[in-house]
Write a protein that binds this ligand. Structure first.
Ligand SMILES: Cc1cc2nc3c(=O)[nH]c(=O)nc-3n(C[C@H](O)[C@H](O)[C@H](O)COP(=O)(O)O)c2cc1C
Length: 192
């Protein structure tokens, strides 16, 4: 039977969208290899009808991290309630890829009345360009940098200094390898 996949993404400066493109391409080619018929739709968060999420076999929501929060997730949560086993969330940030960071993202974003324990969560490293960040976002990053300098953040020594450098100079750390874990998670749901 034909499987349906929806990838909807919230991307302010492009990284989360790039991952959505990689994920779509990867799911289509994995399904091709395995002889699975699939229809993969991709849409911008703002144009997605959340009421229709229940129509899909796999629901993938991607968004960027802002102050450790997955932007837009709170408005998506009521619509995935009951669909957790077929839902995947990936988020893009510039913090390091490590278990402590993953645990913190999980703790902050999956701590809710809605049970998120069956939702698969993935972290994908994105990009940051200080020249493109304006207004309140710029102020927020300035404060983040000050905190890192003061050493208020626990792992301030190395990781904190690396982060400070990224905030000051920018970095593009996107890598298709992070999309591959999302694709693997989607295939697990498709092949169930
Ligand atoms: C105001 C602001 C807050 C941010 N907070 C975090 C954060 O808490 N953790 C993190 O890893 N990255 C954080 N970032 C970095 C973005 O999540 C990162 O640049 C991401 O790749 C942006 O995705 P996009 O290109 O799809 O918009 C922040 C960026 C801005 C501008």
């Amino acid at each position: 039977m034909k499987k349906s996949v929806l990838i909807f993404y919230n991307s302010k400066r492009g990284s989360t969208k790039t991952y959505a493109d990689w994920i779509e391409k990867g799911i289509i080619s994995s399904c091709d290899e395995k002889g699975i018929e699939v229809v993969c739709e991709k849409s911008n968060f703002a144009e997605t009808n959340l009421e229709e999420l229940k129509e899909y076999d796999v629901i993938i929501f991607g968004s960027w991290l802002r102050g450790s929060g997955i932007v837009g997730l709170n408005s998506v949560k009521p619509y995935i309630d009951g669909l957790q086993k077929r839902t995947i969330i990936y988020c893009c940030g510039i913090s390091e890829y490590n278990p402590a960071n993953y645990a913190q993202i999980m703790e902050i974003n999956f701590n809710d009345k809605i049970d998120m324990s069956d939702v698969k969560l993935y972290y994908c490293i994105g990009a940051y360009d200080p020249n493109k960040v304006k207004g309140i976002d710029r102020l927020m990053m300035w404060i983040a940098k000050k905190i890192l300098i003061k050493g208020t953040i626990k792992e301030e020594s190395d990781a904190g200094m690396r982060m400070k450098k990224i905030i000051e100079e920018g970095a593009d750390l996107k890598d298709e390898k992070y999309a591959r874990q999302v694709i693997k998670g989607a295939m697990e749901i498709i092949e169930k």
